[in-house]
Ligand binder design. Structure first.
Ligand SMILES: [Fe+2]
Ligand SMILES: [Fe+2]
Length: 399
């Protein structure tokens, strides 16, 4: 997983049993260990800092694993095209990026040169990306474990995808070490709340998250290739191959959804598909517009970058989702921009010196306007899309 999908409110929250991870320990003497989001953990040392968690912070997900087992039981679900999954498994086993994520001394040297406000925003980029990647690792790892008996092929693909995400998260965490920081992933695994999504929602959300991640990474990569003067930190040079992992992950979810036509072929599916598209796009847009310094720091116009990513993701998504949003209609962008303005006002209220009661009163009309913009964007005339019978699935590299 590569992108964030946080605007959707959790249906239920609980601390699930979490999979064990192998890469959780971080050295602590030289680094500041960052612990995210636990009010229960006391700040024992000044070295430990916490990241403020908001509605837009990357989340961890869990699902109904019993239902997942039913969905991938070949005795029950005759739509499962196991030849297709076998082919995908072979592709994942090939492990194209096995030797890709190797660091060099350029990283630390580049990080030392990043100073001022850009340094802080860079750190935040690395933290959020690492958390999003790690979130994918946890979910896929658990799915790989839980589906082993029911469908060993699908289970192994999930395990291999968790391998990819662990690599991505680890690489980003090493990037943080260039800034003398480290995310305590073991702590995160235990301490964070997990958002529960039913399997069909996991499919929509993770598919979109993978594809939007692909488009984000490839767009940044291409931009920096054309404008090397903005290449201020070498991690971006790895995005070209990295994003192919995300693309493959997305294609796997596409194959999964084709095997569950009930999630794609009725009016409810159309409503949910639009809802998830909107949630993912708005979350990214609001998040990125709060961090324009980062995108400007690498020579991008934040809104232009985001719209490009949204449009491309939407076009890709239209190949499988039964309906998508009309994001190329200028009215859609106007609505996003209004949401950014309202979000800025909400943030300003939060940062004001008012007492909590006054802050809450001031928030009410803003939240109402945000909700009404969201609803209006959701109700814009959608684009009917998807094709359950589209050509045979062909894994392919997209550049
Ligand atoms: Fe990833
Ligand atoms: Fe991924």
């Amino acid at each position: 997983m590569a992108a964030e999908m946080a605007l959707v409110k959790p249906i239920t929250k609980f601390s699930s049993s979490t999979p064990r991870i192998g890469t959780s320990r971080v050295p602590s003497t030289r680094f500041f260990t960052i612990k995210m989001s636990s009010s229960t953990v006391a700040k024992k040392k000044s070295q430990k800092q916490e990241i403020k968690e908001t509605l837009l912070t990357p989340r961890f997900y869990t699902t109904d694993f019993d239902e997942m087992e039913q969905l991938f039981n070949t005795q029950i679900n005759k739509n499962l095209n196991m030849d297709e999954f076998e082919a995908l498994l072979q592709e994942f086993k090939t492990d194209f990026n096995q030797t890709h994520f190797v660091r060099n001394k350029e990283f630390k040297e580049a990080a030392d040169k990043i100073e001022g406000p850009l340094r802080q925003i860079f750190v935040e980029f690395l933290e959020r990306s690492c958390t999003a990647e790690f979130s994918g690792f946890l979910l896929y790892k658990e799915l790989g474990r839980r589906l082993k008996k029911t469908n060993p092929v699908v289970a192994e693909i999930f395990s291999l995808m968790s391998r990819d995400e662990a690599r991505h998260a680890g690489f980003l965490n090493k990037g943080l070490s260039d800034f003398n920081l480290a995310l305590d992933l073991g702590f995160l695994t235990k301490a964070r709340k997990y958002t529960f999504f039913k399997p069909k929602f996991i499919f929509y959300a993770t598919y979109l998250s993978e594809k939007i991640g692909y488009w984000r990474y490839i767009t940044i990569y291409r931009h920096l290739k054309e404008n090397p003067e903005y290449q201020c930190y070498p991690i971006f040079k790895y995005f070209e191959n990295w994003c192919q992992d995300e693309n493959r992950h997305g294609d796997f979810f596409s194959a999964l959804m084709k095997a569950q036509p009930q999630f794609l072929n009725d009016w409810k599916a159309k409503l949910w598909a639009r809802f998830f598209c909107l949630s993912v796009y708005v979350t990214m847009y609001l998040n990125d517009c709060q961090r324009t310094a980062f995108y400007e720091g690498i020579g991008l116009d934040t809104k232009e970058f985001d719209m490009h990513v949204i449009i491309e993701t939407n076009r890709t998504t239209a190949r499988i989702f039964p309906a998508v949003l009309d994001v190329e209609n200028p009215e859609f962008k106007r609505k996003l921009d209004r949401m950014v303005e309202i979000n800025e006002q909400l943030l300003a209220v939060g940062e004001s010196d008012d007492i909590p009661l006054v802050k809450n009163l001031k928030r009410i009309p803003l939240i109402a306007s945000l909700a009404s913009e969201l609803l209006a964007a959701y109700l814009m005339k959608p684009i009917e899309s998807g094709s359950m019978d589209f050509a045979e699935f062909e894994p392919q590299v997209v550049y």
